[in-house]
Design a binder for this molecule. Structure first.
Ligand code: HEC
Length: 154
């Protein structure tokens, strides 16, 4: 929103900017930010992620995602405590930047989202009807919460 006013000062624009920022923040909290408890991937997507996981991740993280001496588990409480209250954008970013650790930065956005869908599926979070997006701004809207909070939809 751009306000050109008779005041001609940046102050009015800045004030309006702050106001609309507060407004959209309120809109976000009203939806109570989705989390991985709300069905944010599909079973089909997790299936694609599984193939990728088996190929590129299981050697270190283990066939059951429980970790090996090479790498930590991805579905245990240590994992969920560590990522608690971050967003899926953080997790997705970590995977895409640093994994697979022996060949980092090689996953496409789609592969990153698919493999993350598989990790969430294996951790028993519910599947839904929409695929996990590859868009960072959309992923930022989905929190990772170690425990389901009251007020979440599901
Ligand atoms: C060569 C071994 C290796 C491979 C292959 C590998 N990882 Fe990792 N991964 C690690 C190690 C070691 C860590 C712990 C250090 C870190 O977080 O960077 C880790 C950490 C992680 C984490 C963060 C775990 C935590 O506790 O925070 C995620 C998520 C992850 N890997 C996902 C993947 C995915 C998905 C793949 C396949 C695309 C993959 N990794 C392939 C070795 C590996």
């Amino acid at each position: 929103m751009k306000i050109t006013s008779v005041f001609g000062s940046g102050l009015v624009t800045a004030a309006m900017g702050a106001f609309s920022a507060v407004g959209s923040y309120a809109a976000v909290t009203a939806q109570d930010l989705k989390s991985q408890w709300n069905g944010v991937f599909t079973v089909e997507q997790a299936g694609r992620g599984e193939a990728l996981y088996t190929d590129k991740c299981s050697v270190c993280h283990g066939a059951e995602l429980r970790g090996t001496e090479m790498a930590p588990g991805l579905i245990d409480e240590v994992f969920s405590a560590k990522w608690n209250d971050q967003t899926l954008a953080d997790l997705f970013g970590h995977i895409r930047r640093t994994m697979p650790q022996n060949d980092p930065g090689t996953l496409s956005g789609q592969q990153g989202a698919d493999v993350l869908a598989f990790v969430l599926h294996k951790a028993n979070y519910p599947a839904g009807t929409q695929e996990l997006p590859t868009d960072i701004d959309m992923l930022k809207m989905i929190k990772f919460l170690a425990s389901r909070k009251p007020g979440a939809e599901k």
